[in-house]
Design a binder for this molecule. Structure first.
Ligand code: ASP
Ligand code: MG
Length: 420
C-alpha cells in the first residue's frame, strides 16, 4: 500500500490533472490511497467567501463563490466526456450546500463557518479527478474523508480522534481495496461526530496523508510537489541550492521548526512512529529521485539555509534594574502561551529579555501592551532571521557579509542571525 498526496499546485489545471493520471500509471502494481488538495489557490478564494459572508456581505460572498463554481465546472468540462453529467450533478450538490449556508445569517463562530465552507475545495477537486481517472481506465473509488476522519470540534485546527478514525478506516476504507486498487479522497478535512465539517489547519493535507499512512500501515507516503525534492535553501533566493536525496525525520523537524516551508510539521510524527518513509517527489519529472525522509542519520548534509522575513524583536527591560530571573522569564512564557505566539528566538542578558517573533501587527501590539505591565518595552521591526544548520564559519561569514547582526545564537549544529 502506498499513499500519494497531490497538493494544490499538482492539480492546478487540466494539464496537471492529466499528469497525475500518468504518474499513477507508473505504479500499476500497488494499492494506492490518493489524497488530494484543493486546486491551486481555491482555499484562499474560499476564505474570502467566508469572510464576506461573516461580515454580512452576502451578495459578494455569493459572487465570489460563483467564480469558484465556474472554475471547477470548466475544469470538469475539459477533462470529462462520459461521466461529465454525473460529475456536474455531484458538484452541483456540493454547490447547493454551500449556497444554502451563505443564505443564512451567521449566528455561530467564524471558525465554524470557515470549516463548513472552506472544506468544499477538496471535495470539488477530488470529485473531478476521481471521475477523470475512471474515464482513463484508472479504476478507483471516491470516498468522502469526512466519513473517515473523526475529529474534535476545534474548528480550523481540528484534532483527529485516532481510535474512531482507525475503526472507520478498518470498516470503510480497507474493504474498498478488495475491489479497487485506488481510493481517492481529500486531504485537510474531517468531521465531528455530529457531522459538522472540520479542517486540520492550512496546508494540512500532508498531515492527512501521514495519518492514512500510519493507520493503513503503508509502505511509504509520497508527497508530489512542484520541486525536485527538498532543497537545502530556497532556490529563488539561493540559485546554488541543491536537492538533498536523503534526510532523517529529525532533520526535517528541525528545518520546519526554523521556518523552512517544506512539509507540514505535523506530518512527521505519524510516520516516524511507524517508521514509514516519507518521499517528496517532483510531479513535473517523476523520473527524478526526489528526497527520502526516514530514520537513518544522514552524514555530510550540506549547510541548510532558512530565512524568515518580517521579523520583529521585542526588547523587554526590567523596570527596577533587577536581574532577569525566573519570574520575568516565566511571565514572558506565560504571556506568549496566552496569546498563542511562538517565539522564533529568545535571548536573555542581565536586565533585558529579547524575543524575536513574526511581525504580526495585532499580536505584537497585544504582547507589547501586556508585557509593559512588567517591563519597559521597545519594538524593532523589519528584521530577518537567518538560520544555518550544519554551518561552517565560512558559510556563516559569507551569508552575513555587509549586514548588521542584531542578535546571534549558536549551537554545535545551528547558528541563527537576526539581521537588519
Ligand atoms: N487546501 C488546503 C490549503 O491550501 C490544504 C492543503 O493544501 O494542504 O491550505
Ligand atoms: Mg496547498
Amino acid at each position: 500500500m502506498k499513499i500519494f498526496k497531490f497538493g494544490g499546485a499538482s492539480v492546478n489545471n487540466v494539464d496537471r490533472i492529466r499528469q497525475l493520471a500518468d504518474i499513477l500509471r507508473l505504479y500499476p502494481d500497488d494499492k494506492k490511497m490518493v489524497v488530494i488538495s484543493a486546486m491551486g489557490k481555491t482555499t484562499n478564494a474560499l476564505e474570502k467567501v467566508v469572510k464576506a459572508f461573516f461580515d454580512g456581505r452576502k451578495e459578494e460572498a455569493l459572487q465570489l463563490f460563483e467564480h469558484i463554481k465556474k472554475q471547477h465546472l470548466n475544469t470538469a468540462k475539459y477533462l470529462l466526456v462520459t461521466s461529465a453529467n454525473a460529475t456536474d450533478a455531484r458538484l452541483l450538490d456540493f454547490f447547493t450546500e454551500v449556497e444554502w449556508a451563505l443564505h443564512d445569517k451567521p449566528v455561530k463562530d467564524f471558525d465554524y463557518y470557515y470549516d463548513q465552507i472552506v472544506c468544499v475545495g477538496e471535495l470539488f477537486s477530488s470529485t473531478i479527478i476521481s471521475a477523470y481517472l475512471n474515464e482513463q481506465g484508472i479504476n478507483n473509488i471516491w470516498t468522502d474523508v469526512r466519513d473517515i476522519f473523526r475529529t474534535d470540534d476545534h474548528f480550523r485546527n481540528a484534532g483527529i480522534d485516532r481510535e474512531q478514525t482507525e475503526k472507520n478506516i478498518r470498516d470503510k476504507v480497507v474493504p474498498f481495496f478488495d475491489e479497487y486498487d485506488i481510493v481517492v479522497t481529500q486531504g485537510f478535512i474531517g468531521a465531528t461526530d455530529e457531522n459538522e465539517s472540520t479542517t486540520l489547519g492550512r496546508e494540512g493535507s500532508d498531515y492527512s496523508a501521514a495519518v492514512f499512512g500510519n493507520l493503513l500501515g503503508a509502505e511509504d507516503v509520497t508527497i508530489w510537489k512542484d520541486v525536485a525534492g527538498i532543497m537545502n535553501a530556497d532556490p529563488k533566493i539561493f540559485p546554488a541550492a541543491v536537492v538533498m536525496p536523503e534526510l532523517s525525520y529529525d532533520e526535517l523537524i528541525e528545518m520546519a521548526y526554523y521556518g523552512a516551508q517544506v512539509i507540514h510539521p505535523k506530518t512527521i510524527k505519524p510516520l516516524e512512529n511507524k517508521n514509514i518513509p516519507l518521499v517528496v517527489k517532483c510531479f513535473i519529472d517523476p523520473a527524478l529521485p526526489g528526497t527520502v525522509i526516514h530514520h537513518k542519520t544522514i552524514k555530510n548534509l550540506p549547510p541548510v539555509f532558512v530565512i524568515k522575513q518580517n521579523q520583529a524583536l521585542l526588547h523587554l527591560h526590567s523596570r527596577d534594574f533587577s536581574f532577569i530571573g525566573e519570574h520575568a522569564v516565566s511571565r514572558l512564557y506565560h504571556l506568549l502561551a496566552q496569546k498563542n505566539i511562538t517565539p522564533n528566538l529568545i535571548q536573555t542578558d542581565a536586565v533585558t529579555l529579547m524575543v524575536c517573533i513574526d511581525d504580526m501587527e495585532d499580536e505584537i501590539g497585544q504582547l507589547a501592551a501586556a508585557a509593559s505591565e512588567i517591563f519597559d518595552v521597545q519594538v524593532e521591526k523589519g528584521l530577518s532571521l537567518l538560520t544555518i544548520r550544519h554551518y561552517t564559519e565560512e558559510t556563516a561569514a559569507e551569508m552575513t557579509a555587509g549586514k548588521y547582526i542584531v542578535l546571534k545564537q549558536q549551537s554545535p549544529h545551528t547558528v541563527q542571525f537576526l539581521l537588519r
